[in-house]
Design a protein around this ligand. Sequence first.
Ligand code: ARG
Length: 562
Amino acid sequence: MLEIKKTIAEALALLTEGAATAEEIASLLEYPPDPAMGDLALPCFRFAKAMRRPPAVIASTLAERFSLPAVKSVAALGGYLNFTLADAYLSEVVAKINREGDAYGRREEGKGKTVVLDYSSPNVAKPFHIGHLGTTVIGHSLKKLHEFCGYTCVGINYLGDWGTQFGKMICAFRHWGDKAAVEAGGCDELVKLYVRFHAEAEANPALNDEARAEFHKLEQKDPDNIALWQWFVQISLEEYKKTYDLLGIEFDSYLGESFYSDKMQEQIDILRDKGLLKLDDGASIVDLEAYHMPPCLILKRDGSTLYPTRDIAAAVYRQRTYHFDKAIYVTSAGQSLHFAQWFKVVELMGYDWYDRLVHVPYGTLSVGGAKLATRTGNVILLRDLFDAAIEKCLAVINEKNPALENKEETAKSVGVGAVLFYYLLNSRIKDSDFNMEDALSFDGSTGPYAQYTYARCCSILEKTGEADEGAPKLSSDTERALVKTLARFPEAVGIALRDYEPCVITRYILDVAAAFNKFYQDARIIAPDGSIDRSRVKLVSAAKTVLGSALSLICLKTPAKI
Ligand code: ARG
C-alpha cells in the first residue's frame, strides 16, 4: 500500500492549499480498524488551522474534489476522509507480485551502503543457552531484512574467545580435565569443567589466583596455554556451528575478542593523547558524568584491558575494513549501558562515524517462568530446545501425516521454525516466557500454522499448475481483503527495518495467513467438475510468494509439504 499511499497523498497535497506536503499526508494515512470505513483513512484535524475550516468541512470539500483511477470511492465521515480502492488497482497488485516474484517488496534504500551486524557472539566454554536465542535470531533476521532492502551486509560472530574465564578453564582442565572426555563430550564437557571450577573455588578461593595466573600466562603467549585455549575455542565453535546449520545461519566473520588483543593499544594512546583517560583508584577510566552515565572502564588496575576497550578497538577495525554506513549490535538489554558508554567514548575520541553505531537490545527469555543462570549449570541449552521442538514435531507428523516424504527434514524445518516464530512474535524489548506446547500448536498464531498455510498454497498450485500472467478478476470481499493484505508487504518491510523489529514481519505473516485461509474457505478454486478458476490461482500464487519472502525474512524455512 506504500505506493498507493504516495499516489493518494500526492493528489491530496494539490488540494490542501499547502497545509501539508505529500510526505506528511502519506504518513497520516492509516488503515481503518473497521473495513466498512474503507481501505485507507485520512484524519483531517491537522489541516484545520492552516485551512481555517473545521475538519469535517475540510473532509467533505476534499471528498468532492478528489478523484483518482486507483480509488473507487471516497467518503467524508466526521473529520475523516475514507478511501475505498478500485478493483483495477488491487488486481494490478496481484499481477505485479506474480511478475516480480521474490523481488516483490524489496527496497532500494540500502543500495551502495554497507551494514555490519554483530550478533550471536557466544562466550566460548560457557553454555550456548536460550539467552542467546534473541541475539542469534533477531540478528540474523535483521541481516536478512537489510539484504532485502539492498544493503551489503557483513555478519560478524564476535566470539567471546578472550578473558579471564580462559584462566579458569585452563586451571580446571589441568586439575580435573580429561582430553578424551572433552573430545567425546565437546562443549558440554567444557561447561562441566567451568561449572566445577566455580563450585570448587567457592571452597578454595586460592583457585581464583591460580586462574588469574594462567590467564596472565596466556596473555604472555605461553605455548601450552595458547594450545589449550585454541583447542577450547575450536571445540566450542564446532558445537555452535551445528546450531547455526540447523538455523541456516552463516557468518561472514568469526573474528572474536582475542583478535583485538594487539589492536587496543592504539586506541588507548589516542584516549590518553586527547586527555580523555583519568585515573580512578589505579584504574583508567573515561569520565562520563557530563552525560549522566557511570565512567567507562578502559584499563584495570593491573593494566589489563576490558570489554569496552575491546569493543572500541573492534569498531575502529571494522570501520577501516568495511567502511560501514551502519554497525548494528544485537545483545540483551542488560548490556545497554555498556553500549551507550563506549559509543559516547568513540564520539569523544573524535571518530566522525560514532553516529552510525546502533545498539539493538532485547528482553529476557524465561522457560516456564524460570530465569536463566549461567554459572550453576542450570541452563537450557539452545541446542536442547531445538532438539525437543524437532522431536515433538516429528511425533505430530507421524501421527497426522505418516506417509510424508522427508519426515526428518520437515520436522527440523517446522520444529526450529516454531521456536523462532514464537520468539519473534513479541516486540523484542519485552521479556517473554517460552512455552513449547503453544509454540508447536498447528492452529494458534504459530510458525507451524504459517508454514502450513504456505504448504497449502504449494499444494493448490501443484494441482492447478502455475498462475498465468496478468491481472485477476476480483469477485468477492474476501479476495479483496487478501490482496489488500498482500499489498501491505513492502510497507511492513520498511517498518521492520526502520524499527529493527522482526516482529513486524511475524505479525504481518499472521495477517496474510488469516486472510488467505478465509479466502480458501470461501472461494472455490477447483470445481467438482475439475474446472479451475484461473483468477483465484493468481491470488494463491501471489500469497505463496509473499508468505515465502516474509517467512524467510524471519529465518523460517518453507517446506512445500508438511
Ligand atoms: N560475548 C558477549 C556475551 O555473550 C556478547 C558480545 C556482543 N557484542 C559486542 N560487540 N560486545 O555477552
